[in-house]
Ligand binder design. Structure first.
Ligand code: NCD
Ligand code: ZN
Ligand code: ZN
Length: 415
């Protein structure tokens, strides 16, 4: 049993108390019992849900592992993380899915809901054993890290996953258009003389995949959507009743291809940072509901890897520890707290078909307490993630988590 005192519900200024027992919320403003934690006047919300993080286990533990990645997630306010299967080996077998879940349960940080590969080895040729992967606990199917080039294989994957009631999520870029592009194709890439990856690579693939979702009637989720054009395609697909959803990442909302002018591969990410027009358009998509949820695509690499030149360095930006404060500080006024929290919690749950998280008695005791007002600079040296660098290093942000509870247990507490 745990009692959390001195917390406020979103939109309220009244300090309250909540009691947790057996992994659920048991009641509000009851007499304190069990372990008592002072919420320091922070705002309490359901713990955030991350649908897209690269935790790198198995095989790439030099970049991140379950312990560092799930601790980082809890420090970022997340209670649940869907990990991507582009590991080494690829997560395409039930035993690995089970082993990951068991290990994560022992760690006691954020909950892990691993995604499994849609195709064996993520090679895009033969479907993985989706039914047994689901049975083992796979949360969704994706070949993220790679693109699904064969439309027929994606069709079969959607049909099979759809029959199991599972979501397929896609990294939607046309590989032949993307080629060796290391940044957005446009004015900046031309000035810098760097190979560009056109927005059309994303839009063309999103259009194709929405058609396949319409054809199959199966649930398709578009990952890390980055362009205005692709967002219009999703909007139109939804209007037609196609079962398509999409996520947007913090870096595509807050950074543009201008960041590449310093030739720093920290800003190299797939899909690439686009233009301010795209970033503004994505924000509108958050406001009007076209974007279903926020997801970080937390993609840790070693510093040495990211210090290589732009052509050699791997793609990816780590952000799981800064996502909420970053977006609250930048867009809190435009979005409002309730909408922003919904994009980090309920929106993600609805994409997955999971129960709607909430603060009522009976709800899971997965909670975050946020300090919405105190400004603190981003300090990558304090990150739990192994990737101790950040595009937002030094920036003063508000909205830092004070406490994250998972299953009624402390998964993170700020010192
Ligand atoms: N987004 C990235 O730039 N990188 C991801 C792969 C991916 O999400 O496609 C990674 O695994 O590092
Ligand atoms: Zn991807
Ligand atoms: Zn990814």
């Amino acid at each position: 049993m745990l009692t959390l005192t001195n917390i406020r519900r979103p939109g309220s200024t009244t300090p309250e108390t909540v009691t947790l027992d057996n992994g659920v919320i048991t009641g509000w403003n009851l007499p304190p019992e069990g372990q008592i934690i002072d919420g320091q006047g922070g705002t309490v919300a359901p713990a955030l849900i991350e649908l897209h993080a690269h935790l790198r286990e198995p095989g790439q533990e030099v970049k991140e592992d379950l312990e560092s990645g799930l601790a980082a997630a809890a420090a970022g306010g997340y209670g649940t993380v869907v990990s991507m299967p582009n590991t080494s080996p690829v997560v395409d077998d039930p035993a690995t899915v089970r082993a990951l879940i068991e290990k994560a349960n022992r760690l006691g940080f954020a909950r892990l809901r691993p995604a499994a590969a849609l195709t064996r080895g993520q090679l895009g040729e033969q479907l993985a054993e989706l039914a047994t992967l689901k049975e083992a606990g796979a949360a969704m199917f994706t070949d993220d890290g790679r693109t699904n080039e064969d439309a027929r294989v994606l069709r079969l994957g959607l049909e099979y996953a759809g029959s199991l009631g599972m979501v397929v999520s896609v990294h939607a870029e046309d590989a032949s258009l993307r080629q060796g592009g290391v940044m957005n194709e446009g004015v900046v890439s031309e000035e810098l003389g760097l190979p560009g990856n056109p927005g059309a690579a994303e839009a063309a693939r999103v259009a194709r995949d929405i058609e396949i979702a319409a054809l199959t009637g199966a649930r398709l989720h578009i990952q890390h959507l980055s362009t205005a054009r692709a967002l219009d395609l999703v909007r139109e697909g939804k209007r037609r009743g196609v079962p398509v959803t999409c996520e947007v990442c913090p870096h595509h909302l807050t950074l543009t291809d201008e960041a590449l002018r310093g030739f720093d591969a920290m800003y190299k990410v797939a899909p690439p940072l686009r233009t301010q027009v795209d970033a503004d358009y994505l924000l509108q998509g958050l406001l009007d509901g076209t974007v279903d949820c926020l997801a970080t695509d937390h993609a840790p690499h070693t510093r040495a890897e990211k210090e290589q030149d732009l052509l050699s360095a791997p793609f990816g930006i780590p952000s799981i520890e800064v996502a909420f404060p970053l977006l609250w500080t930048r867009f809190g006024e435009q979005l409002g707290l309730e909408k922003l929290l919904d994009l980090f919690t309920g929106g993600a749950a609805r994409v997955m078909g999971w129960p709607e998280p909430g603060l009522e008695p009976g709800q899971p005791a997965d909670l975050v307490v946020l300090d919405l007002n105190t400004e603190r600079p981003v300090d990558p040296a304090t990150f739990r993630s192994k990737a101790k660098f950040s595009p937002w290093a030094g920036q003063p942000l508000r909205g830092w988590p004070l406490l994250t509870l998972v299953n009624g247990q402390v998964a993170y507490q700020r010192q």
